[in-house]
Write a protein that binds this ligand. Structure first.
Ligand code: SF4
Ligand code: SF4
Length: 349
């Protein structure tokens, strides 16, 4: 697997133009160059050239990155900061016992979730579906199989196969535990091999982005990963809610195609969509884990919370399990955060 040292050219391609500063949510709060891509790359260049050694301080700055990719989308050199930060974290992970312990605990939690999800998968196997026109494989990730996704896809005459997949491995990737990330990736491919060549449908934006990156890390052929919203748009599924609802939407950083989601938000009858300010700014999940940086992170969460409150709506929709949990934690009971597909399945006529 690639290491930080393989990214030397990419890191050197940073022209230090500083454009990343204008979009980085953390830099906007700290004003510190070490917390944004430009500063990260200066430090990493030092590491690669042997002028600096990996340290707690460098790791602190890497941890402050939310992995939101806002700077990547804006960078004239097109540098993928999230990949590079993960590989830099892998260097710290290699040297640090505490990080390994934390990763072991996370693995234990996710394995326990997987055992519960196994039972859900069994349920859907026992109760067979009717005959459909098309067949897809559904990847539920840590959230397990969501009946709402099946309901929506079935309504478009699409049969949904529900293998018992584990986590996509994203939590380990961003922490630099590349060995565990690789194991999840291999687990995914071995489950997929049993089911044949169908589109893999996901509902969570982070799972979508991670599965789409597998071929880059694993070297195997691309898998066709599609978000459930692409199917709704492609099939011109006309949706109508049983009664009027007013909602806003938080765009997860990892969501590839917001146009599909926006199309559904704007074309579902009885659904009024109010766009919040900075609807695409990061929810700050990485910040939750970063309890040492409470001051910085509380500014980030307060801004999101205020933007939601300013819309005056009581329902916030999103399409990523991690965003749903993060926004829910900071809602202080003022609004409800729901998965968009779940919301649709529950409220359509
Ligand atoms: S926008 Fe890209 S090229 Fe410019 S300083 Fe930031 S990382 Fe470097
Ligand atoms: S990924 Fe997001 S938080 Fe990290 S440096 Fe880029 S803009 Fe800042």
């Amino acid at each position: 697997m690639k290491t930080l040292f393989d990214c030397k050219d990419e890191i050197h391609s940073c022209s230090k133009c500083g454009l990343c500063q204008s979009v980085c949510p953390i830099y906007k709060i700290t004003g510190n160059d070490c917390t944004v891509s430009r500063g990260h790359f200066i430090m990493l260049r030092g590491l690669i050239n042997g002028e600096l050694k990996m340290s707690k301080t460098i790791n602190r700055y890497l941890d402050l990155c939310l992995k939101c990719s806002a700077c990547t989308d804006f960078c004239p050199s097109g540098i993928d900061v999230v990949d590079i930060i993960a590989l830099a974290k892998a260097e710290y992970f290699r040297l640090n016992k505490t990080e390994k312990l934390k990763s072991g605990i996370l693995k234990f939690i996710l394995n326990s979730l997987h055992a519960i999800n196994k039972l859900k998968a069994l349920y859907f196997k026992i109760f067979p579906h009717k005959t459909f026109e098309k067949r897809v494989i559904y990847f539920g990730g840590c959230g397990g199989i969501n009946n709402s996704v099946i309901q929506i896809l079935n309504s478009m005459n699409i049969e949904v196969i529900t293998p018992n997949f584990e986590c996509c491995g994203f939590p380990f990737f961003v922490k630099g535990d590349m060995e565990t990330f690789k194991k999840y990736m291999e687990g995914f491919y071995s489950v997929l091999e049993k089911y044949g060549d169908y589109d893999v449908v996901v509902n969570c934006a982070t799972c979508e982005k991670t599965l789409s990156s597998y071929s880059k890390w694993h070297g195997r052929k691309d898998i066709r990963i599609k978000n459930v919203f692409e199917y709704i748009k492609e099939n011109n599924l006309s949706l109508e809610l049983a009664k009027p609802h007013k909602v806003t939407y938080h765009k997860p950083c990892n969501l590839k195609n917001f146009d599909n989601v926006k199309y559904i938000l704007e074309n579902t009858k009885n659904l009024e969509y109010i766009e919040m300010k900075d609807y695409d700014s990061c929810c700050g999940l990485e910040g939750i884990a970063n309890i040492k940086e409470r001051k910085i992170m509380s500014k980030l969460f307060s801004a999101k919370h205020e933007n939601i409150r300013a819309t005056g709506v009581k329902t916030v929709l999103t399409s990523c399990l991690a965003c749903k949990i993060t926004l829910g934690l900071f809602s202080w009971g003022k609004y409800k955060v729901q998965d968009f597909v779940e919301f649709l399945a529950k409220n359509v006529k």
